[in-house]
Design a protein around this ligand. Structure first.
Ligand SMILES: Cc1cc2nc3c(=O)[nH]c(=O)nc-3n(C[C@H](O)[C@H](O)[C@H](O)COP(=O)(O)O)c2cc1C
Length: 187
């Protein structure tokens, strides 16, 4: 059910603060980590900031390859999200260890993890000053897709009948909230 998302709607995929799986690949190595802290910072072109600790292996691969991908995990992937966020890929291949299936993203060929509900590929925008001072990295979205059962026509639709595809929102210590109810504001 993966469907292309127009780039002008890409920022909506992370607008509500979902936990993301950051994937990277370079020189025959690949990796994945969890990140609770990401946010859109620009509509056009769509740009997203993600906090990726300088000490992570992800940060190393990201800088070397010039790109990264974000995959939005669903409730059945809560254990996986906690695990890949609690170990480093520097000494092990987390994809092999956790039997993570993935397909190459359409533009950069970075891993898009099967079973997630949305996916983005981003070209790294190196910001030397910011990256030296903080752990934040910036990327420009070059491809986006979502499971059409939960995100279509530029909108999320969180319902009881698609609860298995809801996004995860980290509360700390491996506990996650899911969006169980939507309140529509009216003009
Ligand atoms: C749910 C969850 C959310 C996390 N969010 C972030 C985050 O926003 N930024 C960050 O730098 N690390 C975050 N972490 C920690 C990294 O995922 C962790 O340091 C990981 O082991 C790095 O892996 P790597 O060295 O293979 O890149 C989070 C961990 C978990 C479990």
């Amino acid at each position: 059910m993966r469907q292309v998302v127009d780039l002008h709607h890409a920022s909506r995929l992370v607008n509500h603060g979902p936990t993301v799986l950051v994937t990277t690949a370079h020189g025959g190595r690949r990796n994945v980590m969890a990140a609770a802290w990401s946010m859109p910072v620009e509509f056009t072109p769509p740009r997203i900031a993600v906090v990726v600790d300088k000490k992570t292996f992800t940060r190393e691969l990201l800088a070397a390859s010039g790109g990264f991908a974000l995959c939005l995990p669903v409730p059945a992937q809560a254990d996986l999200t906690f695990r890949v966020g609690s170990e480093s890929g520097r000494e092990l291949d987390k994809f092999a260890r956790h039997a993570i299936a993935a397909a190459p993203g359409p533009v950069l060929g970075l891993p898009w993890i099967d079973g997630c509900c949305a996916w983005l590929e981003l070209r790294h925008l190196p910001e030397r000053h910011v990256e030296d001072a903080y752990d934040t990295v910036y990327g420009e979205v070059v491809a986006a897709a979502a499971d059409a059962r939960i995100f279509a026509h530029g909108r999320w639709s969180f319902r009881d009948d698609n609860a298995a595809l809801h996004t995860l929102h980290h509360l700390g210590g491996g506990a996650f909230a899911v969006p169980s109810r939507v309140v529509q504001g009216r003009l």
